[in-house]
Design a protein around this ligand. Structure first.
Ligand code: NAD
Length: 508
Protein backbone atom coordinates (compact mmCIF):
# COMPACT_ATOMS: atom_id res chain seq x y z
CA UNK A 1 0.00 0.00 0.00
CA UNK A 2 1.35 3.42 -0.90
CA UNK A 3 1.26 6.15 1.71
CA UNK A 4 1.65 9.86 1.15
CA UNK A 5 1.18 13.01 3.15
CA UNK A 6 1.01 16.55 1.83
CA UNK A 7 2.01 18.96 4.57
CA UNK A 8 -0.88 21.35 5.26
CA UNK A 9 -0.10 25.07 5.31
CA UNK A 10 -3.37 26.46 6.78
CA UNK A 11 -3.26 28.19 10.15
CA UNK A 12 -5.84 27.72 12.88
CA UNK A 13 -9.07 29.74 12.81
CA UNK A 14 -10.53 31.46 15.91
CA UNK A 15 -14.01 29.96 15.98
CA UNK A 16 -16.84 31.90 17.69
CA UNK A 17 -20.44 31.18 18.50
CA UNK A 18 -23.15 32.93 16.48
CA UNK A 19 -25.92 34.04 18.82
CA UNK A 20 -28.59 36.53 17.80
CA UNK A 21 -26.45 37.72 14.90
CA UNK A 22 -23.42 38.43 17.14
CA UNK A 23 -20.07 36.61 17.16
CA UNK A 24 -19.35 35.51 20.75
CA UNK A 25 -15.86 34.15 21.63
CA UNK A 26 -15.43 31.38 24.21
CA UNK A 27 -14.01 31.87 27.72
CA UNK A 28 -12.88 28.25 27.61
CA UNK A 29 -11.72 26.66 24.34
CA UNK A 30 -10.55 23.42 22.74
CA UNK A 31 -8.55 22.68 19.60
CA UNK A 32 -9.73 21.03 16.42
CA UNK A 33 -6.85 19.16 14.75
CA UNK A 34 -6.27 17.62 11.34
CA UNK A 35 -6.71 13.82 11.65
CA UNK A 36 -4.00 13.30 9.00
CA UNK A 37 -1.56 15.33 11.09
CA UNK A 38 -2.58 15.95 14.69
CA UNK A 39 0.13 18.61 15.10
CA UNK A 40 -1.84 20.83 12.69
CA UNK A 41 -4.38 22.88 14.65
CA UNK A 42 -7.26 23.74 12.32
CA UNK A 43 -9.11 25.94 14.80
CA UNK A 44 -9.55 27.06 18.39
CA UNK A 45 -13.13 26.59 19.47
CA UNK A 46 -15.45 27.74 22.30
CA UNK A 47 -16.65 25.28 24.93
CA UNK A 48 -20.12 26.72 25.33
CA UNK A 49 -21.65 26.57 28.82
CA UNK A 50 -25.34 26.01 29.57
CA UNK A 51 -26.22 29.71 30.08
CA UNK A 52 -24.89 30.63 26.64
CA UNK A 53 -26.85 27.78 25.05
CA UNK A 54 -29.93 29.09 26.85
CA UNK A 55 -29.20 32.57 25.43
CA UNK A 56 -29.04 31.08 21.91
CA UNK A 57 -32.40 29.31 22.43
CA UNK A 58 -33.89 32.57 23.78
CA UNK A 59 -32.64 34.43 20.67
CA UNK A 60 -34.19 31.76 18.45
CA UNK A 61 -37.48 32.00 20.38
CA UNK A 62 -37.55 35.81 20.02
CA UNK A 63 -36.90 35.56 16.28
CA UNK A 64 -39.59 32.90 15.77
CA UNK A 65 -42.76 34.99 15.39
CA UNK A 66 -41.42 37.58 12.90
CA UNK A 67 -39.75 34.78 10.93
CA UNK A 68 -42.92 32.67 10.93
CA UNK A 69 -44.86 35.69 9.62
CA UNK A 70 -42.81 35.78 6.43
CA UNK A 71 -44.09 33.65 3.57
CA UNK A 72 -42.47 30.35 2.62
CA UNK A 73 -41.29 32.03 -0.59
CA UNK A 74 -39.65 34.90 1.33
CA UNK A 75 -37.88 32.53 3.72
CA UNK A 76 -36.66 30.38 0.83
CA UNK A 77 -35.03 33.46 -0.75
CA UNK A 78 -32.47 33.49 2.09
CA UNK A 79 -31.73 29.84 1.40
CA UNK A 80 -31.21 30.69 -2.26
CA UNK A 81 -28.64 33.31 -1.16
CA UNK A 82 -26.89 30.62 0.87
CA UNK A 83 -26.85 28.23 -2.11
CA UNK A 84 -25.06 30.85 -4.21
CA UNK A 85 -22.44 31.40 -1.49
CA UNK A 86 -21.78 27.66 -1.14
CA UNK A 87 -21.31 27.47 -4.91
CA UNK A 88 -18.90 30.43 -4.81
CA UNK A 89 -16.77 28.80 -2.05
CA UNK A 90 -17.08 25.19 -3.21
CA UNK A 91 -13.38 24.45 -3.73
CA UNK A 92 -12.16 26.04 -0.47
CA UNK A 93 -14.91 24.37 1.55
CA UNK A 94 -14.17 20.97 -0.02
CA UNK A 95 -10.51 21.27 0.88
CA UNK A 96 -11.42 22.25 4.43
CA UNK A 97 -13.62 19.14 4.76
CA UNK A 98 -10.55 17.01 3.92
CA UNK A 99 -8.33 18.93 6.31
CA UNK A 100 -10.70 18.88 9.27
CA UNK A 101 -12.31 15.43 8.96
CA UNK A 102 -9.82 13.53 6.80
CA UNK A 103 -12.03 12.41 3.91
CA UNK A 104 -10.23 12.35 0.54
CA UNK A 105 -10.73 15.57 -1.41
CA UNK A 106 -13.22 14.07 -3.88
CA UNK A 107 -15.37 12.94 -0.94
CA UNK A 108 -15.02 16.32 0.75
CA UNK A 109 -16.25 17.91 -2.44
CA UNK A 110 -19.19 15.50 -2.68
CA UNK A 111 -20.14 16.53 0.87
CA UNK A 112 -20.20 20.22 -0.06
CA UNK A 113 -22.02 19.50 -3.34
CA UNK A 114 -24.67 17.59 -1.37
CA UNK A 115 -25.03 20.62 0.92
CA UNK A 116 -25.43 22.80 -2.17
CA UNK A 117 -28.09 20.44 -3.53
CA UNK A 118 -29.95 20.60 -0.22
CA UNK A 119 -29.90 24.41 -0.38
CA UNK A 120 -31.12 24.38 -3.99
CA UNK A 121 -33.83 21.87 -3.11
CA UNK A 122 -35.10 23.88 -0.14
CA UNK A 123 -34.87 27.20 -2.03
CA UNK A 124 -37.28 25.61 -4.52
CA UNK A 125 -39.45 24.13 -1.76
CA UNK A 126 -40.56 27.65 -0.82
CA UNK A 127 -42.72 27.60 -3.95
CA UNK A 128 -44.15 24.10 -3.44
CA UNK A 129 -47.43 23.29 -1.71
CA UNK A 130 -47.52 23.93 2.04
CA UNK A 131 -50.65 21.95 2.76
CA UNK A 132 -53.75 20.51 1.12
CA UNK A 133 -57.42 21.25 0.66
CA UNK A 134 -59.51 18.14 1.33
CA UNK A 135 -63.15 17.41 0.85
CA UNK A 136 -65.63 17.58 3.73
CA UNK A 137 -68.76 15.58 4.48
CA UNK A 138 -70.62 18.91 4.40
CA UNK A 139 -70.60 20.41 0.88
CA UNK A 140 -70.40 24.00 2.17
CA UNK A 141 -67.30 23.30 4.21
CA UNK A 142 -63.68 23.46 3.01
CA UNK A 143 -61.23 21.46 5.07
CA UNK A 144 -57.50 22.18 4.99
CA UNK A 145 -54.49 20.27 6.19
CA UNK A 146 -52.12 23.11 6.92
CA UNK A 147 -48.42 22.95 7.79
CA UNK A 148 -47.36 25.24 10.65
CA UNK A 149 -43.83 25.56 12.04
CA UNK A 150 -43.21 24.06 15.48
CA UNK A 151 -40.92 26.74 16.98
CA UNK A 152 -37.27 26.34 17.97
CA UNK A 153 -35.34 23.41 16.48
CA UNK A 154 -32.08 22.11 18.00
CA UNK A 155 -29.85 20.48 15.38
CA UNK A 156 -27.03 18.21 16.61
CA UNK A 157 -24.83 16.56 14.02
CA UNK A 158 -21.92 14.11 13.60
CA UNK A 159 -18.56 14.85 12.03
CA UNK A 160 -18.58 12.53 9.01
CA UNK A 161 -20.70 14.73 6.71
CA UNK A 162 -19.87 18.05 8.36
CA UNK A 163 -21.43 20.21 5.67
CA UNK A 164 -24.29 18.18 4.19
CA UNK A 165 -25.92 16.68 7.31
CA UNK A 166 -26.42 19.99 9.16
CA UNK A 167 -28.26 21.36 6.14
CA UNK A 168 -30.53 18.28 5.93
CA UNK A 169 -32.15 19.63 9.10
CA UNK A 170 -31.38 23.34 9.30
CA UNK A 171 -32.77 24.27 5.88
CA UNK A 172 -36.14 22.47 6.00
CA UNK A 173 -36.53 23.89 9.51
CA UNK A 174 -36.09 27.53 8.49
CA UNK A 175 -37.99 27.34 5.21
CA UNK A 176 -40.94 25.94 7.15
CA UNK A 177 -40.76 28.93 9.52
CA UNK A 178 -38.89 27.50 12.52
CA UNK A 179 -35.78 29.07 14.03
CA UNK A 180 -32.67 27.04 14.83
CA UNK A 181 -29.86 26.47 17.29
CA UNK A 182 -27.21 24.29 15.63
CA UNK A 183 -24.44 22.48 17.51
CA UNK A 184 -21.79 21.13 15.11
CA UNK A 185 -19.67 18.10 15.97
CA UNK A 186 -16.65 18.86 18.15
CA UNK A 187 -14.56 17.00 15.53
CA UNK A 188 -15.46 19.48 12.77
CA UNK A 189 -16.25 22.84 14.41
CA UNK A 190 -14.31 24.94 11.90
CA UNK A 191 -16.65 23.70 9.17
CA UNK A 192 -19.58 24.56 11.45
CA UNK A 193 -18.09 28.04 11.82
CA UNK A 194 -17.68 28.42 8.04
CA UNK A 195 -21.35 27.52 7.67
CA UNK A 196 -22.23 30.15 10.30
CA UNK A 197 -20.23 32.76 8.33
CA UNK A 198 -22.13 31.91 5.16
CA UNK A 199 -25.44 32.08 7.05
CA UNK A 200 -24.53 35.62 8.18
CA UNK A 201 -23.49 36.62 4.70
CA UNK A 202 -26.73 35.21 3.23
CA UNK A 203 -28.58 37.82 5.32
CA UNK A 204 -30.74 35.66 7.61
CA UNK A 205 -32.27 37.94 10.29
CA UNK A 206 -30.57 37.86 13.71
CA UNK A 207 -31.65 34.92 15.86
CA UNK A 208 -33.09 32.80 13.03
CA UNK A 209 -29.97 30.62 12.82
CA UNK A 210 -27.69 30.39 15.86
CA UNK A 211 -24.55 28.24 16.14
CA UNK A 212 -23.04 27.06 19.45
CA UNK A 213 -19.90 24.94 19.74
CA UNK A 214 -18.68 22.49 22.34
CA UNK A 215 -18.79 18.96 23.67
CA UNK A 216 -21.90 16.82 23.56
CA UNK A 217 -21.97 16.23 27.32
CA UNK A 218 -22.07 19.96 28.07
CA UNK A 219 -23.26 22.05 25.11
CA UNK A 220 -25.31 19.34 23.39
CA UNK A 221 -26.89 18.27 26.67
CA UNK A 222 -27.89 21.87 27.46
CA UNK A 223 -29.55 22.18 24.07
CA UNK A 224 -31.56 18.95 24.23
CA UNK A 225 -32.71 19.65 27.80
CA UNK A 226 -33.76 23.26 27.20
CA UNK A 227 -37.55 23.33 27.70
CA UNK A 228 -38.02 25.95 25.00
CA UNK A 229 -36.68 23.68 22.24
CA UNK A 230 -39.62 22.11 20.39
CA UNK A 231 -37.78 19.68 18.11
CA UNK A 232 -34.37 18.04 18.43
CA UNK A 233 -32.95 16.76 15.19
CA UNK A 234 -30.17 14.39 16.21
CA UNK A 235 -27.82 12.54 13.85
CA UNK A 236 -25.08 10.43 15.43
CA UNK A 237 -24.40 7.22 17.29
CA UNK A 238 -27.06 4.91 18.66
CA UNK A 239 -25.71 5.26 22.20
CA UNK A 240 -26.04 9.06 22.23
CA UNK A 241 -29.32 8.96 20.30
CA UNK A 242 -30.88 6.67 22.92
CA UNK A 243 -29.62 8.89 25.74
CA UNK A 244 -31.03 12.02 24.11
CA UNK A 245 -34.34 10.34 23.43
CA UNK A 246 -34.60 9.39 27.11
CA UNK A 247 -33.50 12.77 28.42
CA UNK A 248 -34.84 15.34 25.96
CA UNK A 249 -38.37 14.08 25.96
CA UNK A 250 -38.57 13.07 29.62
CA UNK A 251 -41.81 14.62 30.84
CA UNK A 252 -41.93 17.07 27.89
CA UNK A 253 -45.02 16.05 25.98
CA UNK A 254 -44.60 18.77 23.34
CA UNK A 255 -41.01 17.92 22.47
CA UNK A 256 -40.12 15.74 19.49
CA UNK A 257 -36.76 14.07 18.84
CA UNK A 258 -35.86 12.73 15.37
CA UNK A 259 -32.98 10.26 15.51
CA UNK A 260 -30.73 9.28 12.60
CA UNK A 261 -28.34 6.69 14.01
CA UNK A 262 -25.78 4.08 13.02
CA UNK A 263 -26.09 0.84 11.08
CA UNK A 264 -24.73 -2.68 10.66
CA UNK A 265 -25.27 -2.54 6.93
CA UNK A 266 -24.59 -5.22 4.36
CA UNK A 267 -24.07 -6.07 0.73
CA UNK A 268 -25.97 -9.23 -0.27
CA UNK A 269 -24.26 -11.00 -3.17
CA UNK A 270 -26.75 -13.51 -4.60
CA UNK A 271 -25.89 -16.60 -6.66
CA UNK A 272 -26.56 -14.94 -10.04
CA UNK A 273 -24.61 -11.74 -9.24
CA UNK A 274 -22.41 -9.97 -11.77
CA UNK A 275 -19.07 -10.46 -9.98
CA UNK A 276 -17.49 -7.25 -11.26
CA UNK A 277 -20.35 -5.23 -9.78
CA UNK A 278 -20.34 -7.33 -6.61
CA UNK A 279 -16.64 -6.86 -5.91
CA UNK A 280 -16.60 -3.13 -6.67
CA UNK A 281 -19.78 -2.52 -4.67
CA UNK A 282 -18.29 -4.43 -1.73
CA UNK A 283 -15.03 -2.44 -1.71
CA UNK A 284 -16.89 0.88 -1.91
CA UNK A 285 -19.43 -0.15 0.74
CA UNK A 286 -16.83 -1.37 3.20
CA UNK A 287 -13.96 1.07 2.74
CA UNK A 288 -15.08 4.36 1.19
CA UNK A 289 -14.58 7.10 3.84
CA UNK A 290 -12.46 4.48 5.66
CA UNK A 291 -15.68 2.72 6.66
CA UNK A 292 -16.85 5.80 8.58
CA UNK A 293 -20.25 6.28 6.91
CA UNK A 294 -23.45 5.43 8.71
CA UNK A 295 -24.19 3.32 5.61
CA UNK A 296 -20.78 1.58 5.45
CA UNK A 297 -21.04 -2.21 5.22
CA UNK A 298 -19.34 -4.28 7.91
CA UNK A 299 -20.97 -7.37 6.40
CA UNK A 300 -20.64 -8.92 2.93
CA UNK A 301 -23.24 -11.71 2.80
CA UNK A 302 -22.24 -13.90 -0.13
CA UNK A 303 -23.93 -16.94 -1.63
CA UNK A 304 -21.67 -19.95 -1.11
CA UNK A 305 -21.74 -20.78 -4.85
CA UNK A 306 -19.82 -17.56 -5.58
CA UNK A 307 -18.00 -17.02 -2.30
CA UNK A 308 -14.50 -18.41 -3.22
CA UNK A 309 -14.30 -16.38 -6.46
CA UNK A 310 -15.77 -13.31 -4.81
CA UNK A 311 -13.33 -13.49 -1.89
CA UNK A 312 -10.28 -13.90 -4.10
CA UNK A 313 -11.19 -10.91 -6.27
CA UNK A 314 -12.27 -8.79 -3.30
CA UNK A 315 -8.96 -9.38 -1.47
CA UNK A 316 -7.00 -8.58 -4.61
CA UNK A 317 -8.60 -5.11 -4.63
CA UNK A 318 -8.28 -4.64 -0.87
CA UNK A 319 -4.52 -5.22 -1.08
CA UNK A 320 -4.26 -2.35 -3.56
CA UNK A 321 -6.11 0.21 -1.40
CA UNK A 322 -4.02 3.33 -0.79
CA UNK A 323 -4.06 4.92 2.67
CA UNK A 324 -2.82 8.44 3.35
CA UNK A 325 -3.61 12.14 3.53
CA UNK A 326 -6.83 12.83 1.66
CA UNK A 327 -5.31 15.83 -0.09
CA UNK A 328 -3.22 13.37 -2.15
CA UNK A 329 -5.39 12.49 -5.19
CA UNK A 330 -4.02 8.91 -5.24
CA UNK A 331 -5.37 8.14 -1.76
CA UNK A 332 -8.52 6.00 -1.43
CA UNK A 333 -8.71 5.84 2.40
CA UNK A 334 -7.93 8.87 4.55
CA UNK A 335 -7.32 8.73 8.31
CA UNK A 336 -9.86 7.80 10.98
CA UNK A 337 -11.26 10.92 12.57
CA UNK A 338 -9.51 10.56 15.94
CA UNK A 339 -7.42 8.24 18.07
CA UNK A 340 -10.51 6.81 19.78
CA UNK A 341 -11.55 5.65 16.31
CA UNK A 342 -8.25 3.77 15.97
CA UNK A 343 -8.70 2.19 19.41
CA UNK A 344 -12.23 1.17 18.49
CA UNK A 345 -10.99 -0.35 15.21
CA UNK A 346 -8.45 -2.49 17.15
CA UNK A 347 -11.18 -3.52 19.59
CA UNK A 348 -13.57 -4.68 16.86
CA UNK A 349 -10.78 -6.59 15.09
CA UNK A 350 -9.81 -8.34 18.32
CA UNK A 351 -13.44 -9.25 19.03
CA UNK A 352 -13.76 -10.75 15.53
CA UNK A 353 -10.72 -12.97 16.15
CA UNK A 354 -11.90 -13.91 19.66
CA UNK A 355 -15.34 -14.87 18.28
CA UNK A 356 -13.86 -17.22 15.69
CA UNK A 357 -13.55 -15.09 12.54
CA UNK A 358 -10.95 -16.31 10.03
CA UNK A 359 -8.71 -13.32 9.30
CA UNK A 360 -8.13 -12.83 5.57
CA UNK A 361 -6.42 -9.43 5.59
CA UNK A 362 -5.00 -8.14 8.84
CA UNK A 363 -4.56 -4.44 8.20
CA UNK A 364 -2.09 -2.59 10.40
CA UNK A 365 -2.09 0.76 12.11
CA UNK A 366 0.34 2.96 10.13
CA UNK A 367 2.58 5.02 12.41
CA UNK A 368 5.78 5.48 10.46
CA UNK A 369 7.31 8.36 8.49
CA UNK A 370 4.92 10.90 7.00
CA UNK A 371 1.95 9.16 8.63
CA UNK A 372 3.37 9.27 12.16
CA UNK A 373 1.05 12.02 13.41
CA UNK A 374 -2.18 10.81 11.80
CA UNK A 375 -4.85 8.23 12.62
CA UNK A 376 -4.11 5.85 9.74
CA UNK A 377 -5.18 2.20 9.57
CA UNK A 378 -5.49 -0.35 6.77
CA UNK A 379 -8.55 -2.51 5.98
CA UNK A 380 -9.35 -5.50 8.20
CA UNK A 381 -11.17 -8.40 6.48
CA UNK A 382 -12.32 -11.68 8.03
CA UNK A 383 -14.67 -14.52 7.17
CA UNK A 384 -17.31 -16.72 8.73
CA UNK A 385 -17.97 -19.60 6.33
CA UNK A 386 -21.06 -20.40 8.39
CA UNK A 387 -23.05 -17.63 10.00
CA UNK A 388 -22.54 -17.44 13.76
CA UNK A 389 -25.57 -15.89 15.48
CA UNK A 390 -25.19 -13.87 18.67
CA UNK A 391 -21.69 -12.54 17.96
CA UNK A 392 -20.70 -8.99 18.87
CA UNK A 393 -18.59 -8.59 15.71
CA UNK A 394 -21.46 -9.42 13.33
CA UNK A 395 -24.03 -7.30 15.15
CA UNK A 396 -22.37 -4.07 16.36
CA UNK A 397 -21.33 -1.09 14.23
CA UNK A 398 -17.51 -0.83 13.85
CA UNK A 399 -17.51 2.54 12.01
CA UNK A 400 -14.04 1.84 10.60
CA UNK A 401 -12.47 -0.24 7.79
CA UNK A 402 -13.54 -3.58 9.25
CA UNK A 403 -15.66 -6.04 7.27
CA UNK A 404 -16.67 -9.70 7.28
CA UNK A 405 -17.47 -12.08 4.43
CA UNK A 406 -20.30 -14.38 5.52
CA UNK A 407 -21.16 -17.48 3.46
CA UNK A 408 -24.88 -18.27 3.04
CA UNK A 409 -27.04 -20.77 1.14
CA UNK A 410 -29.55 -18.95 -1.03
CA UNK A 411 -31.73 -15.88 -0.93
CA UNK A 412 -33.75 -16.62 2.20
CA UNK A 413 -30.72 -17.26 4.39
CA UNK A 414 -29.07 -14.09 3.02
CA UNK A 415 -32.03 -12.00 4.17
CA UNK A 416 -32.30 -13.82 7.52
CA UNK A 417 -28.64 -13.10 8.25
CA UNK A 418 -29.01 -9.48 7.09
CA UNK A 419 -31.94 -8.92 9.47
CA UNK A 420 -30.16 -10.47 12.46
CA UNK A 421 -29.00 -7.19 14.03
CA UNK A 422 -30.71 -4.46 16.02
CA UNK A 423 -30.06 -2.01 13.19
CA UNK A 424 -31.91 -1.36 9.93
CA UNK A 425 -30.23 1.38 7.91
CA UNK A 426 -28.75 0.43 4.51
CA UNK A 427 -28.69 -2.67 2.34
CA UNK A 428 -27.41 -3.37 -1.18
CA UNK A 429 -28.32 -6.49 -3.15
CA UNK A 430 -26.34 -7.66 -6.17
CA UNK A 431 -28.46 -9.75 -8.53
CA UNK A 432 -29.67 -9.82 -12.13
CA UNK A 433 -33.04 -11.30 -11.11
CA UNK A 434 -35.91 -8.89 -10.46
CA UNK A 435 -37.80 -11.51 -8.45
CA UNK A 436 -34.89 -11.81 -6.05
CA UNK A 437 -34.41 -8.09 -5.44
CA UNK A 438 -38.14 -7.76 -4.95
CA UNK A 439 -38.01 -10.49 -2.27
CA UNK A 440 -35.18 -8.60 -0.55
CA UNK A 441 -37.05 -5.30 -0.77
CA UNK A 442 -40.10 -6.85 0.86
CA UNK A 443 -38.35 -8.87 3.60
CA UNK A 444 -35.22 -6.96 4.65
CA UNK A 445 -35.33 -4.20 7.31
CA UNK A 446 -33.81 -1.01 5.90
CA UNK A 447 -34.41 2.67 5.25
CA UNK A 448 -32.03 2.89 2.28
CA UNK A 449 -32.01 0.07 -0.28
CA UNK A 450 -29.79 -0.32 -3.35
CA UNK A 451 -29.73 -2.83 -6.24
CA UNK A 452 -26.46 -3.44 -8.11
CA UNK A 453 -24.89 -0.53 -6.25
CA UNK A 454 -22.89 -0.10 -3.07
CA UNK A 455 -24.77 0.44 0.20
CA UNK A 456 -23.56 4.06 0.22
CA UNK A 457 -24.92 7.13 -1.56
CA UNK A 458 -27.67 9.64 -0.97
CA UNK A 459 -29.60 12.26 -2.88
CA UNK A 460 -31.26 15.09 -0.97
CA UNK A 461 -34.67 14.75 -2.64
CA UNK A 462 -34.95 11.24 -1.16
CA UNK A 463 -35.64 10.58 2.52
CA UNK A 464 -32.54 9.57 4.54
CA UNK A 465 -33.00 7.44 7.65
CA UNK A 466 -33.34 3.95 9.04
CA UNK A 467 -35.58 1.64 11.06
CA UNK A 468 -35.14 -0.49 14.23
CA UNK A 469 -32.05 0.72 16.15
CA UNK A 470 -31.02 3.00 13.27
CA UNK A 471 -33.63 5.64 13.96
CA UNK A 472 -37.21 6.36 14.83
CA UNK A 473 -38.50 6.43 11.27
CA UNK A 474 -38.44 10.18 10.71
CA UNK A 475 -35.94 10.53 7.89
CA UNK A 476 -33.91 13.66 7.21
CA UNK A 477 -33.38 15.57 3.93
CA UNK A 478 -36.58 15.17 1.84
CA UNK A 479 -38.42 13.72 4.83
CA UNK A 480 -37.62 16.40 7.41
CA UNK A 481 -40.49 18.83 6.67
CA UNK A 482 -42.85 16.16 7.98
CA UNK A 483 -41.60 16.37 11.55
CA UNK A 484 -40.54 20.02 11.46
CA UNK A 485 -44.15 21.13 11.01
CA UNK A 486 -47.48 20.44 12.66
CA UNK A 487 -50.08 19.32 10.19
CA UNK A 488 -53.09 21.15 11.58
CA UNK A 489 -56.70 20.58 10.55
CA UNK A 490 -58.49 23.82 9.62
CA UNK A 491 -62.15 23.80 8.61
CA UNK A 492 -64.11 26.72 7.12
CA UNK A 493 -67.90 26.89 6.79
CA UNK A 494 -69.32 28.78 3.81
CA UNK A 495 -73.02 28.17 4.64
CA UNK A 496 -75.37 30.52 6.52
CA UNK A 497 -76.02 27.88 9.16
CA UNK A 498 -73.95 25.40 11.14
CA UNK A 499 -73.92 21.83 9.80
CA UNK A 500 -71.88 19.14 11.56
CA UNK A 501 -70.21 15.96 10.35
CA UNK A 502 -71.44 12.44 11.24
CA UNK A 503 -75.03 13.76 11.20
CA UNK A 504 -74.46 15.37 14.59
CA UNK A 505 -77.32 17.68 15.45
CA UNK A 506 -76.55 21.42 15.63
CA UNK A 507 -80.00 22.17 17.11
CA UNK A 508 -79.85 24.19 20.31
P1 NAD B 1 -21.77 10.90 18.29
O1 NAD B 1 -23.05 10.27 18.66
O2 NAD B 1 -20.59 10.65 19.13
O3 NAD B 1 -21.93 12.50 18.22
C1 NAD B 1 -22.91 13.12 17.42
C2 NAD B 1 -23.22 14.49 18.00
O4 NAD B 1 -23.85 14.32 19.27
C3 NAD B 1 -22.00 15.37 18.24
O5 NAD B 1 -22.30 16.69 17.84
C4 NAD B 1 -21.82 15.30 19.75
O6 NAD B 1 -21.20 16.43 20.30
C5 NAD B 1 -23.26 15.19 20.22
N1 NAD B 1 -23.44 14.61 21.56
C6 NAD B 1 -22.67 13.68 22.16
N2 NAD B 1 -23.15 13.41 23.41
C7 NAD B 1 -24.25 14.20 23.59
C8 NAD B 1 -25.17 14.37 24.66
N3 NAD B 1 -25.07 13.71 25.81
N4 NAD B 1 -26.19 15.26 24.48
C9 NAD B 1 -26.33 15.95 23.33
N5 NAD B 1 -25.46 15.83 22.30
C10 NAD B 1 -24.43 14.95 22.41
O7 NAD B 1 -21.48 10.47 16.75
P2 NAD B 1 -20.24 10.78 15.83
O8 NAD B 1 -19.05 10.02 16.29
O9 NAD B 1 -20.10 12.23 15.60
O10 NAD B 1 -20.77 10.16 14.44
C11 NAD B 1 -20.73 8.81 14.15
C12 NAD B 1 -22.06 8.13 14.35
O11 NAD B 1 -23.08 8.83 13.64
C13 NAD B 1 -22.05 6.72 13.78
O12 NAD B 1 -22.76 5.87 14.64
C14 NAD B 1 -22.79 6.89 12.45
O13 NAD B 1 -23.36 5.70 11.96
C15 NAD B 1 -23.81 7.92 12.82
N6 NAD B 1 -24.34 8.63 11.65
C16 NAD B 1 -25.66 8.45 11.32
C17 NAD B 1 -26.17 9.07 10.18
C18 NAD B 1 -27.61 8.87 9.75
O14 NAD B 1 -28.13 9.70 9.03
N7 NAD B 1 -28.27 7.80 10.14
C19 NAD B 1 -25.35 9.88 9.40
C20 NAD B 1 -24.02 10.04 9.79
C21 NAD B 1 -23.52 9.42 10.92
Amino acid sequence: MSTTLIQPTETGIAVKNLINGQWIPGDRTFESVNPANRTHVVGTVPLTPRDQVDAAVAAARAAFVPWRQKSWVQRAEYVDNLAQLIKRDLEALSRLVTIECGKPYNEGKADVVEALHMAQFMAGAGRQHTGYVVSSEIPAKDAYIWRKPKGVVGVITPWNFPFAIPLWGVLPAVVAGNTVVFKPSEETPVLGHKLAELIQEAGFPAGVLNVVHGMGEETGDALVKNKDVNVVMFTGSRAVGSLIKREAVAGEVHKFVATELGGKNAVLVLDDANLDIAVNAAVLSAFKTSGQRCVSSNRLIVDRKLEPQFTERFLEKVRRITVGDGLDPKVFMGPLVNQEGVTKWHFHNEKAIEEGGEVLHHGKELTEGALAHGNFVEPFVYRFEQYKPGTFCLREEAFSPHTCIIGVDGLEEAVRVYNDTDYGLAMAVITEDYRKWRYVRENADFGLGYVNLPSIGAEVHLPFGGVKGSGNGHPAAEGAIDYLTHRVAFTVNHAEEILLAQGLSADL
